[in-house]
Design a binder for this molecule. Structure first.
Ligand SMILES: Nc1nc2c(c(=O)[nH]1)N[C@H]1C(S)=C(S)[C@@H](COP(=O)(O)O)O[C@H]1N2
Ligand SMILES: [Mo]
Length: 156
């Protein structure tokens, strides 16, 4: 069953699971020990207007690769079958595709940020950052889960 924001007893941790060889329960400290990137994003929220934030953290791609998705990493078409369902603690969620963040396709340098505007996110949990998004909805705060999912089952 998919973890919900309610039944995860692990404050600040992110459960990375699904069609991967190495599922993991990741703390902000573990994400902070990986190679770090930084980015500033500006976006327009329909309710709160223009926003701008500075984030640091590992590339989502590096975090996911460490979990070893069950595709053949050298086969581009094989990678394109994969979906990434991202869940925030409050139940806010969004689905990405592997192709969006794959360097050979969309190449979006998405982060799992461990700091926001120079504030440590250890207590809150990591923050998904989608550079280039015009709306803020996919900059998901307090990420508690990412499910990696081969889309094959959508076709039965
Ligand atoms: N977990 C979670 N993250 C979320 C949301 C949410 O409802 N839940 N709203 C999104 C939306 S719509 C926007 S515009 C931005 C706003 O972020 P800010 O208020 O920190 O600038 O957060 C995004 N991240
Ligand atoms: Mo928003």
């Amino acid at each position: 069953m998919q973890p919900t924001s309610i039944d995860l007893p692990t404050a600040g941790r992110l459960s990375l699971w699904g069609d991967v060889r190495r599922p993991a329960l990741l703390s902000v400290a573990m994400l902070g020990s990986m190679p770090q990137r930084e980015t500033t994003v500006s976006f327009e929220c329909r309710t709160s207007g223009q926003r701008r934030h500075y984030f640091t953290g590992p590339l989502l791609l590096d975090v996911l690769r460490a979990a070893e998705p069950l595709f053949d990493p050298g086969e581009r078409k094989d990678r394109l079958r994969y979906l990434l369902a991202v869940l925030g603690r409050d139940g806010h969620r969004a689905v990405l595709s592997w192709g969006e963040i794959d360097p050979e396709f969309g190449n979006t340098p998405a982060l799992l940020a461990v700091t926001m505007d120079c504030q440590d996110l250890t207590e809150q949990g990591p923050h998904l950052v989608m550079p280039g998004d015009r709306c803020g909805s996919r900059h998901i705060s307090q990420v508690t889960g990412i499910r990696v999912c081969a889309a094959d089952r959508l076709w039965g």
